[in-house]
Design a protein around this ligand. Structure first.
Ligand SMILES: CC(C)(COP(=O)(O)OP(=O)(O)OC[C@H]1O[C@@H](n2cnc3c(N)ncnc32)[C@H](O)[C@@H]1OP(=O)(O)O)[C@@H](O)C(=O)NCCC(=O)NCCS
Length: 377
């Protein structure tokens, strides 16, 4: 019997200096630095630089990188016009997938695969993802695009382009932390997909479009949207324990809990829970927060022994909702952060590229012969 690594679980296919995860102890580090420190002390801009270069920037390097990101915020006008004409009602992830593919058409360097060019494209994509996602969101609601502002940070500018209003410092910082928490996470499905595409020496836009397709699924990026739908279904905090127990009895999955790697609390969920709690304490506990508290307790009591604990998606939805962000934008916002991890991982993998080509155990029929159509039942 040949062993099959279902879901490629535990299969090591490359080396990386970017992200380390210990799932049993709930540890996540980038460049060896705990995610809690990145969230507390750093910014999305700095983490993006660190991932792309596999080292921390100097103050001058960070200032230059930040200036380059700001200078690249404008998206092609034709693309923005195209976004405005997308069919009404398509999911923003469908729109993002199409928009990024379209963006590649405007880039004269799109087909170049040298590290230098890929770095330049990464920088443009990190900057323009925010403009594109904000434009997609506004077009869905029938509003005109808001042009980027160069005096705002990456996080603050995104919220500004989304709403047309400058966010408070606290709102911008909270959103920045959410971006930091989602920027990279090792060989998750979308990063692996980006690398698989890169391994054929395809262009970076194709890698990112592939990754967006992988991120879109509810088992990966779509879970926080599903968590919010679940909270609505629960309705009130007093019904939460019974609702979850019923689902577990019927062997149904609870969204926002469980993880392929973490068999203990996902450290990102702890950071987000602390912020959700901070907001709850300031503004009074929201119904959503109270339901989440009960769900967390019920899940940990009932299936914590199976290694099922809240993941990053468990609390991120309430944090985004508190920022006034609609739930269909949650996954595009995940992409807004993960673009840095995708690009950095593609660049890192390509340095020692090998075409990815796993195999399957053949379990189909043998010793057959072609049957003419007319002779088939
Ligand atoms: C993420 C996920 C796909 C990982 O699954 P996995 O690694 O395949 O986990 P396993 O199937 O090995 O889970 C072990 C056990 O816990 C159960 N389990 C896993 N996730 C569960 C969940 N979300 N709710 C209830 N039970 C769950 C499994 O059914 C299995 O039970 P069993 O041993 O009785 O068969 C899964 O946890 C899931 O679907 N979570 C919900 C979606 C989500 O939040 N995704 C975002 C991830 S960041």
């Amino acid at each position: 019997m040949t062993d099959i690594a279902k879901g490629l679980e535990g299969v090591l296919f490359t080396e990386s200096k970017l992200t380390f995860i210990n799932g049993t102890e709930g540890i996540l580090t980038h460049l060896g630095i705990p995610i809690q420190e990145w969230a507390e002390k750093s910014t999305f801009e700095e983490l993006s630089f660190a991932l792309l270069h596999a080292r921390l920037p100097s103050a001058a390097e960070l200032a230059r990188f930040d200036a380059q990101l700001r200078a690249n915020r404008e998206a092609p006008a034709k693309l923005l016009a195209e976004i405005a004409s997308f069919p009404r009602g398509v999911h923003p992830m469908q729109a993002l997938r199409t928009a990024v593919s379209y963006l590649g058409l405007f880039d004269a360097q799109a087909e170049e695969v040298s590290e230098e060019v890929r770095y330049a494209i990464s920088l443009r994509m990190i900057a323009q993802f925010s403009t594109i996602i904000a434009a997609i969101a506004r077009a869905r609601d029938g509003y005109a695009v808001v042009a980027p502002r160069l005096d705002l940070t990456h996080a603050a500018n995104f919220l500004y382009m989304l709403t047309g209003k400058e966010p408070t410092t606290e709102q911008a910082r909270l959103f920045d932390i959410a971006l930091v928490l989602h920027a990279d996470h090792g060989m998750n499905a979308s990063t692996f997909t980006a690398i698989a595409t890169a391994s054929t020496l395809s262009d970076l836009y194709s890698c990112v479009v592939s990754a967006i397709g992988a991120l879109k699924g509810p088992l990966h990026g779509g879970a926080n949207e599903a968590v919010m739908d679940m909270l609505d279904e629960v309705g009130t905090p007093d019904k939460a324990a019974e609702y979850i127990s019923g689902k577990l009895d019927r062997k149904e999955k609870i969204m926002g809990v469980g993880h392929r790697v973490y068999k203990y609390f996902d450290p990102r969920s702890r950071v987000l829970r602390d912020y959700a709690e901070h907001v709850a304490n300031k503004q009074g506990k929201s119904t959503y927060y109270q339901i989440l508290e009960t769900i967390e307790k019920t899940v940990v009591d009932r299936i914590g022994s199976k290694g099922i604990y809240p993941n990053v998606d468990f609390y991120s939805g309430t944090v985004y909702s508190d920022l006034g962000i609609k739930r269909e934008l949650f996954t595009p916002i995940f992409a807004l952060a993960r673009i840095s991890g995708w690009c950095a991982s593609v660049i890192e993998y390509t340095r020692d590229n090998r075409l990815l080509r796993p195999d399957a155990v053949y379990s189909g029929a043998t010793d057959q012969h072609y049957v003419e159509l007319k002779d088939r039942q």
